[in-house]
Design a protein around this ligand. Sequence first.
Ligand SMILES: Nc1nc2c(c(=O)[nH]1)N[C@H]1C(S)=C(S)[C@@H](COP(=O)(O)OP(=O)(O)OC[C@H]3O[C@@H](n4cnc5c(=O)[nH]c(N)nc54)[C@H](O)[C@@H]3O)O[C@H]1N2
Ligand SMILES: Nc1nc2c(c(=O)[nH]1)N[C@H]1C(S)=C(S)[C@@H](COP(=O)(O)OP(=O)(O)OC[C@H]3O[C@@H](n4cnc5c(=O)[nH]c(N)nc54)[C@H](O)[C@@H]3O)O[C@H]1N2
Ligand code: SF4
Ligand SMILES: [Mo]
Length: 734
Amino acid sequence: MSEHAITRRSFLAGSAGAVGLAATAGYMGFGAWEQAHAAGGWRREVTTAHSLCNSCSSKCGFTGYVEDGRLTKMIGDVDHPYCEGTLCARGYGYASIAYSEDRLTDPLKKNDKGEFEAISWEQAYSEIAEKVKAIISSNGPEALAMVQDPRPSGSYYTKRFMQALGSANVYTHGAACNLSKNSGFTQAIGAGDYASDVANSKMTMFIGRSYADAIRPSSVHDLQRARENGAYIVLVDPRCNNTITLADEWVPINPGTDLALVLAMSNVLIKNGLYDKDFVAENGIGFDEWAAAIADHTPQWAEGITGIPASTIERLAVRFAECAPAASIEPSWRGAFGCSYANSGETARAICLFNTLLGCWNQKGGALFLPSVSAGEVDAEKFPAVPKPEGKILGSEEYPLALSSMGVNVILADKAREGAVKGLFFYNSNMAAGYANPDYLAESFSNLDLMVAIDVQMSETCMLADYVLPDTSYLERLELPEFVGGKVPAVTLRDRVIEKVHPNTKPVDEIFSELAEACGVGEYFQFTVDELADAQLRTVGLSLEGLRQAGGTARFPEKEYSYGAAVKWKTPTGKVQFTSEACEKAGLSPVPVWVDPQTKPAGGNQFRVIGGKQAIHTHTQTANIEPLMEITKKYNLERVWMNADKAAQLGIADGDEVEVSNEEHTGRVRVKVTQRINPEALYVPSHYGCTSPDQHTAYNVGLRQMDFVPFSIEPGYGGACTQEAIVTVKKAGA
Ligand SMILES: Nc1nc2c(c(=O)[nH]1)N[C@H]1C(S)=C(S)[C@@H](COP(=O)(O)OP(=O)(O)OC[C@H]3O[C@@H](n4cnc5c(=O)[nH]c(N)nc54)[C@H](O)[C@@H]3O)O[C@H]1N2
Ligand SMILES: Nc1nc2c(c(=O)[nH]1)N[C@H]1C(S)=C(S)[C@@H](COP(=O)(O)OP(=O)(O)OC[C@H]3O[C@@H](n4cnc5c(=O)[nH]c(N)nc54)[C@H](O)[C@@H]3O)O[C@H]1N2
Ligand code: SF4
Ligand SMILES: [Mo]
């Protein structure tokens, strides 16, 4: 096949080859299935195909078993770097989306009464294209923008479509996820992310990251290995999240104050000479300036802000020094500083500098830069390059530190209000419910001339749109290859597992190719997704058929990571930047120092709303999945969490209904009273409060965190400030 040895340890069960299955009525366990196979009692038709879960960004690989055309079983892919043979509950539950009664089945257009009517694809394409052309001729292509949740084909086709129209405005969900974090990291270390070698560490600190709730299977496995290896695991979180079962210590920090903790731990290392001086001297720039600036950021100072005793801060810092270089602060993802506060980007920057003090980069048990592979150049005649749009992505002037590969999606609300953006497309994105204050977004988008949402169910974003286009479910489409970084990088494939359930739905590649044709830029889309997938795979020595035969995941062992490699820092100075010119230009301190969050609860009945994932749901997209919502209902998972002492002061008991309110919103929900949460925080689980009546299972269950969040954007970095929200809580009816 290629010079790349493909190591596939998991079994290859008759890929794509049809085999029969015993026609026992009802459900048949896998053991019985195999027995029946051995006995030769086959009648039903079974096929298998490899695909990638679409329930969250991890896109775990699995083999789907299809009996008589219906998906009946999924087996996690042993070779997939994030999955390692295990799918999570969401992965199984979400697969039922294909058969959901709430699927979108036809293109829809909103009529004058605000109701949706089914129309033909031809009508949808031609009317959308007419509006696109009108916007371009009156306001230029920069008045068009796209928001998408990066998926293998989605990332490619949405960008190609927008660029073909001449617009650079392609945004991911990042500003409501990890934009500030990745942008802050980039200022310090020239890379948007790194990976902590948790399994081999002597100590790892998680700051607002929950491996046990916000699941990626390989991360959970790593933490289990860390436990077996005796690592000291610290959770810094206002809420004692479920990772505690695999951790040693919970540090119940005041929400929004992680920056103070990191600066104070850095202060301890510097003051006591406990940092890796050679590493800092060789790799850093601006260290002395930073050390001087944080000389007064002592543990005593931080205690007043974080609520963590100075002695704990001191102890943790010293233990870090003892464990270095097999120790690090884990890069986290979203919870604490992905996009939450006015100080999120600076928290990210400080964390990289703390890890630099430990000298742990690329050290066993430390913080690693793992390799990845990507597709090379494909045939320029068949797949012609689209000219780069002239303009820069909107928002890059106002938020110069934001990575342009993600963009500041929330700025589109203000651009729509100003009339600078007239047409918006959403692909696999529920911005209207999850990225910023929903009322503010709805009002902003009402100014648009054109709003198109491409989804599989009637999301809140679809409800606001002029046109809604029905995608196939992920199980019904082939997508472009997905390259995954890791100790041994890999390439993976989302393939067609089942036939279309609804004949009038279309896969993403067809939708954008046909839309491009209608808009007059079809020349850039004269190929099928199969052809492009094959061409991309050939640039890395594989082919579409070859990857299928290999079971859908191929690894690149010759690119395997090894410890100890010197890092080429991709910052403007080629160094770890303790000081950053770009930050200074953006109006921030050149070296990271303490920055207050925009808001703070004043005590009494005031709380800061914090979010957090639950292991059985993803963002807004799984609340409508019946088997997952059943678990919510069975265990009352929609309840908000309140500290037990605070609850007693306010006369609130476990299970009471409470009223949560601020200037943005008022809502009612039941409360879970617990000592597992900091008194300043009110935990509102992330997945509820659906306001789309067409999602029959999700509608009206629980509160939606974003309803309470005033619209605001983090200076410099562009994060959506999703936890700059203070509410008051009282017993309902009191
Ligand atoms: N089950 C599930 N898993 C997922 C996802 C999902 O939707 N559901 N989504 C995936 C995606 S896209 C992402 S981004 C990741 C997110 O992964 P995480 O960032 O780990 O997820 P969260 O649960 O949002 O946040 C983690 C923790 O941060 C805590 N936290 C909140 N505020 C603060 C604070 O101010 N300081 C500190 N120190 N902690 C704070 C919360 O209590 C929570 O326990 O999860 C991924 N995996
Ligand atoms: N309320 C709330 N807001 C959040 C979060 C949260 O947990 N709760 N999480 C935050 C984080 S960490 C992130 S990364 C972002 C994620 O934000 P998004 O990427 O927007 O994720 P979802 O909110 O799940 O919305 C995904 C939308 O895609 C649709 N969809 C699902 N499958 C397909 C498909 O195959 N094709 C198409 N076209 N559409 C599909 C779903 O129906 C849903 O409407 O949200 C952030 N905001
Ligand atoms: S972690 Fe779970 S939901 Fe996310 S891709 Fe993997 S199996 Fe799917
Ligand atoms: Mo995310």
